[in-house]
Ligand binder design. Structure first.
Ligand SMILES: NC(=O)c1ccc[n+]([C@@H]2O[C@H](COP(=O)([O-])OP(=O)(O)OC[C@H]3O[C@@H](n4cnc5c(N)ncnc54)[C@H](O)[C@@H]3O)[C@@H](O)[C@H]2O)c1
Length: 250
């Protein structure tokens, strides 16, 4: 058991990547705070973990609201006694061109994709420090944070921010024995904001298959376990090698 006696908060754990991480971490002994704004999704994941002998509880939270983040971290620490791990997984995409997006849409994407990971890290790190055992934080960026796209003007910008947020958090929390890293997925399961998996979704990578949520969950597990003890402030591409390929290269 790689995460025995640890308490993990996973945001956006109601489906896809967050769901798979919650189930994998639970199978490694962690107690899971299943955080999502959709109760039906979150409860389904919590019930599945409990049914297979794990520990989990649902926390309903809109991560765009600071007060709800504060209340969630406080409730998790009260219920489970501590916080050891935070996975800032939740995101939404705008899928908009510059000339279509409104300021309100831009602000919402930034609130959920960039401000929420900062705020959750702030309050969870305080709980980790109170627990006196350090901690681990994993942020979720995207290959969209490295490359421009014809659409998703806000998502690509916010995901780029997540990468440097990770570096600054890693530096600012290092003295508290809190390691912060980030994963960089590309086309995992269904697209962000969608439920249905499309097996025909076009993928260009070195593995010649779409990524699956378990691919991400395993990388997250590595980054929150002692196996990655000497790794901090970095980004791990979990993209089938997509980012290594030069567009139009031979
Ligand atoms: N799916 C991909 O192909 C892909 C590719 C690159 C990066 N990523 C990243 O991986 C992470 C997970 O993506 P996914 O595809 O599993 O997402 P998803 O859209 O399938 O699931 C997100 C979950 O977050 C919840 N949620 C949405 N807004 C919320 C809010 N304001 N407060 C609380 N919960 C909220 C939803 O209810 C949902 O259960 C994201 O950070 C995403 O950017 C995904």
């Amino acid at each position: 058991m790689k995460l025995a006696n640890q308490v993990a908060i996973i945001t956006g754990a109601g489906r896809n990547i967050g769901e798979e991480a919650a189930k994998l971490f639970a199978s490694e002994g962690a107690s899971i705070a299943v955080v999502d704004m959709d109760r039906a999704r979150a409860d389904k994941v919590t019930s599945a973990i409990v049914a297979s002998g794990g520990k989990a509880k649902t926390y309903i939270c809109d991560v765009a609201e600071e007060e709800q983040i504060i209340a969630t971290v406080k409730a998790v620490a009260a219920d489970f006694g501590r916080v050891d791990i935070l996975v800032n997984n939740v995101a939404i995409s705008d899928n908009k061109h510059l000339f279509e997006i409104t300021k309100a849409e831009w602000d919402r994407v930034f609130a959920i994709c960039l401000t929420a990971p900062m705020l959750f890290s702030k309050y969870a790190a305080k709980a980790m420090i109170d627990g006196k055992r350090g901690g681990k934080i994993v942020n979720v960026s995207s290959t969209s944070g490295h490359y421009g796209r014809g659409r998703a003007i806000a998502y690509t910008s916010a995901k780029a921010g997540v990468i440097n947020l990770t570096r600054s958090l890693a530096i600012q929390l290092a003295e508290h024995n809190i390691r912060v890293n980030c994963v960089v997925p590309n086309k995992i399961g269904s697209p962000v904001g969608k439920d249905e998996f499309n097996p025909d979704r076009k993928v260009v990578n070195l593995r010649n298959r779409p990524g699956e949520p378990i691919d991400l969950a395993r990388a997250m597990l590595f980054l929150v376990s002692d196996d990655s003890d000497f790794i901090a402030g970095t980004e791990l591409f979990v993209d089938g090698g997509c980012a290594a390929m030069m567009p139009g290269g031979d």
